[in-house]
Design a protein around this ligand. Structure first.
Ligand SMILES: [Zn+2]
Length: 93
């Protein structure tokens, strides 16, 4: 019989600080689809500015906004809570 040892570690998901998140918007039109896109921007305010300009130029007021970022898993200390010793009363005969 072979004995196996499993090692579990805790990781926390966080936004990767080395990569800037990206913001964008797409005009979905009012009565019919428009499809005009802002392109990727580095700040939410830049997307707001684009939407206002598009509303001024095309009169459209409905958009689908997107936010994309990169994530990483960071090792954290401690035993995963799922692996802590069970706390229960054993039945007695
Ligand atoms: Zn539009």
């Amino acid at each position: 019989m072979t004995r196996q040892i499993f090692r579990y570690e805790n990781y926390t998901t966080r936004q990767d600080p080395t990569v800037e998140p990206e913001y964008s918007a797409e005009c979905v039109g009012d009565q019919q689809a428009c499809g005009e896109k802002s392109g990727k921007r580095s700040a939410a305010n830049d997307v707001d500015d684009w939407m206002r300009e598009h509303m001024r130029d095309a009169g459209h007021r409905h958009f689908r906004r997107s936010f994309e970022d990169f994530a990483e898993l960071e090792l954290t200390a401690g035993i995963p809570t799922a692996l802590e010793p069970a706390r229960f009363q054993r039945p007695r005969p």
